[in-house]
Design a protein around this ligand. Structure first.
Ligand code: DNO
Length: 387
């Protein structure tokens, strides 16, 4: 039976959860990136090897790179995009030379994952990440003041957003902006003005165009990845739907099958994120895993609880709407049948117990994730025994 590899996302030396802490969680692999490198710039071999050595000095291994970010000009296929692709290839060569094998990225325009609240209180007092359409509309219509923003929402949501906007204090509105534009810890924060400017670059880019740009990008890099033995893993859109008037192209099985079929190279694969994909009620996760099979190169494991309006909070890893037993069973069947390891990364956790008294990266505090990791690991071991 193949060894189970639990991995842990670490944001680098400034992460309040240290490598020494991670050793005690049961995780054996690290998922990280050189977050200090500006988006699009080359990751040098020296920087990569230095980070790798640091991780290994704690008895851990750097299993997955998450993420080598795609420059916006590649996504929009404009400006200096050819040069950014060359730089991307250079980073891939350096990563392969240093012995890295799995590379995660996403093709979400402008923003990475988007939430409207980072401290939604659960009945047990722990805090969860939350996405609410009315709050997104408050941000979009009244703070960002995006042209035609109202057309992106139902009349009911617009009405509710108007009411909520009047009730919010300036401080609450600032907080909402900060949350929507939160981004990745350790990376440059953006302002409302720069977001407006970045969004405007997508004015004439429809879903079809964005898809074509992704396919073009993959055609440029996958032959190199095949040769270097790198596995690419595209992360789904989070949430898996169009937001802020932006097209999104990694939301469901049709999108994922399109991506793997359009570029059949073996390196072209998926990061199966149960939390992102699980926020779309039409996504049947175990069925999706069966269909994607060995194109799954990496997994993020977490759960969500949705309401009928499409809002959702991140639930306990084994709570919520996703049938984690059924998804994990399908994933473990694949994992037993592929030559390479598939890393499992218990994703986001609640802020709980001592986490609540510390400054932590929302979703990435230690104890909440430790609970998730322990529960998932136990469930996986049980499934493996019964396979
Ligand atoms: C959120 C994460 C994402 C993910 C990137 C991958 O917590 O899952 O930020 O790392 O989208 O490129």
């Amino acid at each position: 039976m193949k060894e189970l590899r639990q991995t842990w996302r670490w944001f680098g030396p400034d992460d309040p959860v240290t490598l020494q802490d991670i050793r005690q969680t049961g995780a054996v692999g690290i998922v990280t990136a050189l977050h200090q490198v500006p988006h699009g710039e080359v990751w040098t071999y020296e920087d990569i090897i230095q980070r790798k050595n640091l991780i290994e000095s704690y008895g851990l291994t750097w299993d997955v790179v998450e993420s080598v970010t795609i420059h916006e000009e590649i996504k929009t296929k404009s400006g200096d995009y050819s040069n950014w692709i060359e730089k991307y290839k250079e980073s891939l060569r350096n990563l392969a030379k240093a012995g890295l094998r799995v590379i995660t990225y996403n093709f979400m325009p402008v923003n990475d994952w988007t939430r409207t609240q980072l401290d939604y209180t659960m009945p047990d007092g722990s805090k969860a990440l939350y996405f609410n359409w009315i709050d997104l509309a408050v941000f979009d219509i009244f703070i960002l003041q995006r042209k035609n923003a109202r057309q992106s929402y139902s009349n009911e949501i617009v009405l509710q957003a108007e009411i909520k906007f009047k009730q919010y204090t300036q401080e609450e509105l600032d907080q909402l902006s900060g949350v929507v534009m939160f981004g990745i810890p350790g990376e440059k924060k953006i302002t409302v003005e720069s977001m407006r400017e970045k969004l405007s670059r997508y004015d004439n880019i429809k879903q079809e165009d964005l898809r074509n740009n992704l396919v073009y990008f993959l055609q440029q890099i996958t032959p190199l990845c095949d040769e270097l033995n790198l596995d690419l893993a595209i992360h789904p859109d989070d949430p898996p739907c169009d937001i802020l008037g932006l097209p999104r192209i990694v939301k469901n099985i049709e999108d994922l099958e399109f991506i793997v079929n359009a570029v059949p190279n073996k390196s072209n694969g998926i990061c199966f994120c149960t939390g992102s994909l699980g926020a779309n009620p039409d996504n049947n996760l175990p069925e999706m895993v069966k269909k994607l099979g060995t194109r799954i190169h990496f997994t993020h494991l977490r759960n969500v609880k949705k309401d009928p309006e499409g809002n959702f909070y991140e639930d306990d890893h084994l709570g919520g709407d996703n049938d984690m037993y059924a998804v994990l069973k399908e994933l473990l069947i694949i994992q037993q049948n592929v030559p390479n390891q598939i890393s499992f990364r218990p994703d986001h956790g609640h802020q709980m117990i001592d986490d609540l008294k510390k400054v932590t990266n929302p979703g990435y505090s230690c104890i909440g994730r430790l609970r998730g990791l322990a529960e998932i690991r136990g469930l996986q071991l049980g499934i493996l025994r019964s396979l």
